[in-house]
Design a protein around this ligand. Sequence first.
Ligand code: SF4
Length: 283
Amino acid sequence: MALKIEKGAEIGFCFGVKRAVDILEKVARKHDGIETLGALVHNQPLLKELENLGVRIAESVADVRGDALVISAHGISPQLEEEIRARGIEIIDTTCPFVRRAQVAVRRLAESGFFVIVYGDSGHSEVKGVLGWAENKGMAALEVNQLLRLGQLPRHLGVLSQTTQIPAHFTRFVKELIEATFSKDSELRIIDTICYDIRNRQEAALELANKVDLMLVIGGHNSANTNRLAELCSTVTRTHLVEAAEEIELAWLQDRYHIGLTAGASTAEQTINEVMAKLESMA
Ligand code: SF4
């Protein structure tokens, strides 16, 4: 039987990553030896291209060598921003407007006396940055139990999500939080900060995963949104996450005739095409 390969409807760079890469490329062409704070995207081929344009990755603020620094689409905390400016370094900010919206929401909640809970991975740079806007009046968690271990939570809680989480999981988290903490005079403000691109991408991936007998999710192994896509697709069909075409194993294709492809928000069209070509050659 012939192998059928089908691409998801929502694929390629998301709006925020495209915008960040465009800004960086323009700046890199004008400014010799520009640096980014951490990797701009979780995408090795693209990082290589940026390196060829003279872009250097600074691992921390202390590691910055020049006088201008590009902040990724994930954004940073106001405290880190202050630290960078205090060193006389100019900030070129590519924070995605959807991440900025979450940062502003957190600041407003904290200023209004709410303890902020971010549903997300506490180690992820977007979450660390967003939480910084709560000025120590917030925390991140993926499980309600993590919060309950801290003891009695404040009565006024503001809840929002890392932009790349799965909407249904966020809803479940909020329900559990209400069940576990809601009591007399409690007040809960819930803000939906999951980005529309991620929502559409996840829906399209799941629709495709339901039709195929193997899904390949293309993207960085440490990309949060790529991992969420793989997690979602694996609930309905066999799924593998690959960062590059070379990672595909022949054994995966055994007895699989309809293969679906989707990709993370920072996966370049070129990588998707390479995966397609590799699958076709293996077939
Ligand atoms: Fe912005 Fe959404 Fe892309 Fe993140 S995934 S950079 S929030 S558009």
